[in-house]
Design a protein around this ligand. Structure first.
Ligand code: MG
Length: 387
């Protein structure tokens, strides 16, 4: 009998968390759940506890935690930041899946790394805002950070057997989102329902809007910089509407490796969980290229979608700028979802705040939270003022 890999999930009720549990369920001989944590979706968390029998769980508020305790004797139940930390650092964890959406995922992931746990990473803020601190800590503790995001998983797989000095370029693909063919003029009037109609992937609302603005790809560019230790000039983005090729790596001899799979998050999730092994694909469709027939690639219209340039600029200027970019974007996307601002105002609010920010270095994790807070306040002010 093989020894099961013991896994805790930070953010088990979100879109990634649910997919992770689906993979765990399909490979119950390989994986078992130690801990689960959720925000406020208590109903789904209780269903998950019933099914996966974790040893420890955590939820946002104490009254929810009390309710879980009443229903599940014998399960350790925590709440708030402390509860999250306990799930992240549980002694039985072999691997922690970091799948909380937003900056709230940063501290517990950092704590998990400090406790020497390997990380399957889906949270963007860990690297976008905390790249330096997270990667330094991981290196020091000998912890693996295995990306779950399809693009980074693709690069990770292409680079597995290659020397760093052979890499010329890393190219992330973007589906182009729902507005790939929309004119700049029409873009202004795009409504929330239209932005939420992603042509390829099923994701949470925040990420779906980020795909429509291409900010998703901008943030992924910053993540790739930290994960793969290349120069910002070696990172590029290509629009690929079919979303079959998830990323490409060009080597100095002109050869390009691409990673392809069907458009289903369970593929990169399964790889992250099983790494360095590969498991059978028993529950998913195989990729049928003859059926797909055509793979198209286009360059990004940077005038229409300035997000990639914002990200590149933030990355080059460094340290506090990516924190600002990420925080302002999150506030602006939320305001768009609440119909307080127009689609293209997301770009304006980001650009304005990036210009206004005075760059500083990040030495400790609390610096990130302070800068994040400043950026959010600025964004809220701009939204109120109606920029
Ligand atoms: Mg992605």
């Amino acid at each position: 009998m093989t020894v099961k890999k013991r896994i805790s999930i930070l953010g088990s009720t979100g879109s990634i968390g649910q997919n992770v549990l689906n993979v765990v369920e399909n490979f119950s001989h390989q994986f078992e759940i130690v801990g689960l944590s959720a925000g406020s979706n208590i109903e789904l968390l209780m269903e998950q506890i019933e099914k996966f029998k974790p040893k420890i769980v955590s939820i946002k508020e104490k009254k929810m935690a009390d309710l879980i305790m009443e229903n599940f004797k014998g399960v350790e139940v925590g709440y708030g930041e402390e509860g999250l930390e306990k799930v992240a650092t549980h002694p039985l964890n072999d691997m922690v899946v970091s799948a909380i959406v937003g900056i709230a995922g940063l501290r517990p992931t950092y704590k998990a790394i400090k406790a020497g746990k390997n990380i399957a990473l889906a949270n963007k803020e860990c690297l976008v805002a905390g790249g330096k601190i997270i990667m330094n800590e991981a290196k020091e503790r000998g912890v693996n950070i295995i990306p779950i995001d399809s693009e980074h998983s693709g690069v990770f797989q292409c680079l597995k057997k290659e020397k760093k000095e052979y890499v010329k370029k890393i190219i992330l693909t973007a589906s182009g989102g729902p507005f790939f063919k929309t004119s700049i003029k029409e873009l202004q009037e795009k409504k929330v329902e239209e932005a939420l109609k992603h042509p390829r992937w099923k994701m949470g609302k925040k990420t779906t809007i980020d795909s429509a603005t291409l900010m998703n790809k901008g943030l992924e560019l910053i993540e790739a910089y930290w994960l793969f230790d290349v120069n910002p000039s070696q990172l590029d983005v290509l629009i690929h509407p079919q979303s079959i090729v998830h990323s490409l790596v060009e080597f100095k001899d002109g050869s390009i490796l691409a990673q392809m799979s069907i458009t289903d998050m369970r593929v990169p999730i399964q790889y992250a969980l099983s790494y360095p092994e590969r498991l059978n694909n028993s529950c998913l469709f195989s990729l049928n290229l003859a059926e797909i027939n055509t793979l198209e690639f286009y360059s990004v219209d940077k005038r229409k979608f300035p997000s990639i340039d914002f990200a590149r600029k933030a990355l080059i200027e460094g340290e506090s700028l990516p924190v600002v970019l990420n925080a302002v974007n999150e506030v602006a996307v939320q305001a768009f979802l609440e119909e307080k601002i127009k689609f293209t105002q997301i770009f304006k609010i980001i650009e304005y705040t990036l210009d206004k920010h005075k760059k500083e270095n990040i030495e400790k994790i609390d610096d990130i939270f302070r800068i994040d807070k400043w950026a959010r306040e600025q964004a809220h002010k701009l939204i109120k003022k109606g920029l």
